[in-house]
Write a protein that binds this ligand. Structure first.
Ligand SMILES: Nc1ncnc2c1ncn2[C@@H]1O[C@H](COP(=O)(O)OP(=O)(O)O)[C@@H](O)[C@H]1O
Ligand SMILES: [Mg+2]
Length: 250
């Protein structure tokens, strides 16, 4: 793996293209996520947001371009290698196991990352238990660790999934529309629940709700038809004329 430049950048996407047969989903995207930044990704339906996240996470292989993570070129790395390197994600489709308890879902997420050897060598499960309970406390699920995950409300299931992603102690968290289907109250709560993770992790989040983005994201990138229309500080980008034109078709 070759080191890439940029000391404080966590993620460097360079010239990423993704072509499905005749359809160009991504037309050459550059994106930089810096340390401890909350970076929003918006754009109309079909503009390539999910494809970009999947290309970053390794669920899709770019047709062209490179992905750098923490100074290493990970373009060819598997999703598991990216996860071990400190990338965690929650896609649009839920990945909780509904017939397992809330606690066991987070336990599995943590264990999936640790090697079998590390698990065998660990003398006690105490540190693991604390890590899991910390996550459940942070996402307001600690009062029902034995509840079946399938019995949680939609919003709580989303929080459980975010807790599972964070339990792996990532350096970069990728979230694809985590507030979809949530009530306005759950949406506001989600913003508050995410805020403290800035201490230890960067966030790249796809989100339709511009108020939500405005509340939590310091940086904003706008995609339209597989291309970056604008990127920069949220306040500036959301008011730029070309964003209004492309995104709101104003
Ligand atoms: N696996 C796939 N095969 C073919 N086309 C795809 C596939 N995934 C996405 N696309 C197409 O790529 C474009 C971008 O999709 P997507 O990244 O899901 O957009 P967004 O998340 O911004 O709504 C869309 O036109 C979509 O139909
Ligand atoms: Mg999408």
């Amino acid at each position: 793996m070759n080191p890439t430049s940029g000391a404080s950048s966590v993620l460097e996407v360079r010239g990423v293209k993704k072509i499905y047969a005749t359809l160009t989903a991504l037309g050459g995207v550059d994106l930089t996520v810096t340390e401890r930044s909350f970076h929003g990704l918006i754009g109309p339906n079909g503009s390539g947001k999910s494809t970009l996240l999947k290309s970053i996470a390794g669920a899709e292989t770019p047709t062209e371009g490179t992905v750098g993570f923490l100074g290493n070129d990970i373009t060819q790395a598997t999703p598991a290698e990216r996860s071990r390197a400190g990338m965690s994600l929650k896609f649009q489709i839920t990945s909780i196991l509904p017939m397992l308890s809330v606690y066991d879902n987070v336990l599995l997420a943590v264990q999936a990352q640790d090697s079998m050897l590390a698990l065998l060598l660990s003398r006690t499960r105490e540190p693991l238990h604390h890590r899991i309970m910390d996550m459940l406390v942070q996402f307001r699920l600690d009062y029902r660790p034995d509840e079946l995950a399938g019995a949680l409300s939609h919003g709580q299931q989303q929080w459980l999934e975010i807790a599972m992603a964070l339990a792996r102690e990532p350096k970069l968290l990728l979230l694809d529309e985590p507030t979809a289907g949530m009530s306005p109250q759950e949406r506001r709560a989600t913003g508050k629940l995410l805020a403290p993770i800035r201490e230890r992790c960067s966030l790249l989040i796809v989100e339709h709700d511009l108020d939500f983005i405005r509340d939590i994201c310091d940086t904003l990138t706008v995609l339209d038809q597989g291309l970056v229309v604008d990127s920069g500080p949220t306040q500036i980008v959301q008011n730029s004329a070309k964003v209004k034109e492309a995104y709101f078709h104003a």
